[in-house]
Design a protein around this ligand. Structure first.
Ligand SMILES: Nc1ncnc2c1ncn2[C@@H]1O[C@H](COP(=O)(O)OP(=O)(O)OP(=O)(O)O)[C@@H](O)[C@H]1O
Ligand SMILES: [Mg+2]
Length: 461
């Protein structure tokens, strides 16, 4: 056991730390800091100034020199841990929830039904995968011998057109489980991490989402969208970078240790060096073994390819290959299709669970408005309520909105566009008028300007 004095001797003195660095405004007089004497405030100031001088950031927060705006380049800095009692309590509850996981697939499915309309197959497949994975996690924690058994992680590939609920599904799964969740676009990554982000930043961001709690982050969910964009067989031939990103991702998807400080993050490395006086620098890592990976993509070209293939094989058999929906051929995709599309065999092989989300049709969109707990219509109703105006929408209006939204061909996102256009002028004028109710009929949806004019005219009479 070392005495404090001995430990002090082993630590580099403040003067040693400062050696060779000219500091603005600090000890300009050249006064020597006595060795062994810890001047914590001074050291902190020095660190801030050095970091500010060289990299434009201070310890008090991410890049306040750039107006306190959180910049992506700062995203891979080592996350700071929130150590407040409230946070510790919340973390403990979240971990206990994971350690005592006892949900059944049906529970997860029923929960998702409250928010996500259609996509029954995706909900079913996800519910089973989530239960399998978190049951395995619980067993590993309770019975360490389980960790030695082979385990194939049920990483999921979600296919489907834009705006049909792929991200929405995963967000709700993560919310239900109370596990940290990060979402990123595969297009943001580059093989080396020099141009784009490094795939390992995903794991570091998971720790950041968990407010620096590495233990909680180890059981999180990483969702990578636009995965079809890193298929290595693009229009112009083989895309080497896309292949490199796939290879880097597949390492994470299995089991690897990720350093909490990015190796190319000079700012964080420098900060660690400057912390040398406080504690011995340790290499802190996080294992990805229990992190669940869910990737998704629209795979439009693959859809067309399968449609042509099934159409060719169906000639003379009267077989359409699916129920006639033009965009829903992805559920017929085989491993060979994905490889032909440019996904590496090792990559697609680590995504054993594949499920396609379907295109949303007019009736589905109408149902989203009326039945989903997360309906965008509720949000608009709350907006009007803020001005004391109650919103009433007739069944005819719901159908008319759904028709317009389906024409947008952007899935449920079409609803957002149509409703924003519909309510734009009402939201501007009504709050300043003596109006306590807005009743939206089919007529109002078709001709909102006329309806508004009538309302304003009525007020002026
Ligand atoms: N099936 C659905 N049921 C209810 N709401 C939905 C559904 N699909 C989409 N939404 C609504 O539309 C929004 C956008 O959906 P989401 O982000 O899940 O699209 P996506 O399938 O991930 O599309 P992209 O491929 O463009 O990322 C959601 O936030 C949600 O409000
Ligand atoms: Mg998405």
């Amino acid at each position: 056991m070392k005495t404090l004095d001995e430990e002090d001797k082993e630590q580099p003195s403040d003067t040693q730390v400062l050696k060779g660095i000219k500091l603005q405004g600090i000890k300009e007089s050249g006064e020597k800091i006595p060795p062994g004497e810890k001047n914590v405030n001074l050291l902190k100031k020095i660190r801030e100034q050095v970091a500010g001088l060289f990299f434009g950031f201070s310890e008090s927060g991410p890049f306040p020199s750039s107006g306190g705006v959180f910049e992506p380049k700062n995203a891979n800095r080592k996350p700071k841990k929130d150590t407040s009692p409230e946070k510790e309590n919340a973390d403990r509850v979240a971990l206990e929830k994971i350690f005592s996981f006892s949900m059944k697939p049906r529970d997860i499915f029923d929960y998702l039904e409250r928010f996500v309309i259609q996509q029954k197959e995706a909900k079913k497949v996800l519910s089973v995968a989530i239960c399998d994975h978190y049951n395995h996690v619980r067993r590993c924690i309770g019975h360490p011998e389980e960790r030695k058994l082979d385990y194939g992680k049920p990483n999921v590939l979600l296919l489907g057109p834009t705006g049909v609920g792929k991200t929405y599904l995963i967000r709700h799964v993560a919310r239900l489980l109370g596990v940290p969740f990060v979402k990123a676009d595969a297009t943001k990554f580059s093989e080396t991490g020099y141009v784009g982000n490094d795939v390992e930043d995903l794991v570091r961001n998971l720790v950041r989402t968990a407010d620096g709690n590495v233990e909680l982050a180890r059981y999180g969910i990483i969702f990578v969208d636009e995965i079809d964009k890193i298929a290595s067989l693009g229009e112009g031939g083989r895309d080497v970078s896309g292949r490199g990103v796939q290879i880097n991702l597949l390492k994470l998807m299995e089991d690897t240790d990720v350093n909490l400080v990015a190796p190319n993050d000079i700012t964080a490395q420098m900060s660690r060096m400057l912390h040398f006086g406080d504690e011995k620098p340790r290499k802190e890592t996080i294992a990805t073994k229990h992190i669940l990976f869910i990737v998704s993509g629209a795979f439009e070209k693959l859809n067309d390819h399968i449609r042509r293939r099934t159409a060719a094989s169906a000639i003379g058999f009267g077989n359409q290959g699916n129920d006639g929906r033009d965009s829903d051929f992805l559920h017929l995709a085989t491993t060979a299709d994905f490889i032909q599309f440019g996904l590496e065999p090792e990559f697609i092989g680590r995504l054993p669970i594949r499920v396609a989300c379907e295109q949303l049709h007019r009736e589905d969109l109408a149902q989203i408005l009326t039945a989903s707990e997360g309906s965008i219509l509720h949000q608009h109703a709350r907006d009007f309520e803020g001005y004391g105006i109650s919103l009433r929408v007739t069944a005819g209006a719901i159908d008319a909105i759904a028709v317009l939204a389906a024409e947008e061909k952007t899935g449920a996102r079409g609803l957002m566009t149509v409703l924003e256009r519909l309510f734009r002028n009402f939201k501007f004028h009504l709050p300043s008028m003596a109006v306590s109710e807005l009743c939206v009929t089919e007529e109002v949806v078709r001709k909102p300007e006329e309806a508004l004019r009538r309302l304003i005219g009525g007020q002026n009479d």
